[in-house]
Unconditional design. Sequence first.
Length: 138
Amino acid sequence: MKKTLIITAAAALTACSNVPAPQLQSIQNYQVEWIGERPLIDSSMLTLTLLDSNRASGMAGCNTWTAEYQLKDDHFSLDSIATTRKLCAPALMEQEQRFLAALAEVQRWEFAEHQQLLLWPAQGAPIKLWPTEQSDQH
């Protein structure tokens, strides 16, 4: 009886380990919750959308942004980040600059608990994002 129970438990654990890990893929939308160690300003909206053709875009709080991304295994980087040039309140502009600077430093990604996406720089705290509903506009 004990041997059967141990074998069954081992088989169950092995089966659980074969569950595929979530993957970062194109055509996914995320909303930023934290930039490094600071939460977002109330009612501000920062987003990241991964599009086909290794393009990313989103809202930086005041302006929209776009970039090229590279994704290989757990490595993730954004290159050639460009934004519109609308002017907003100073606090929003400061947050936007921090966000864009943080995006430029991202080197790897991982999913934390509850599917929260973490974009990690070489040093420091990650950008924390939550998945949002899929958009039909691509």
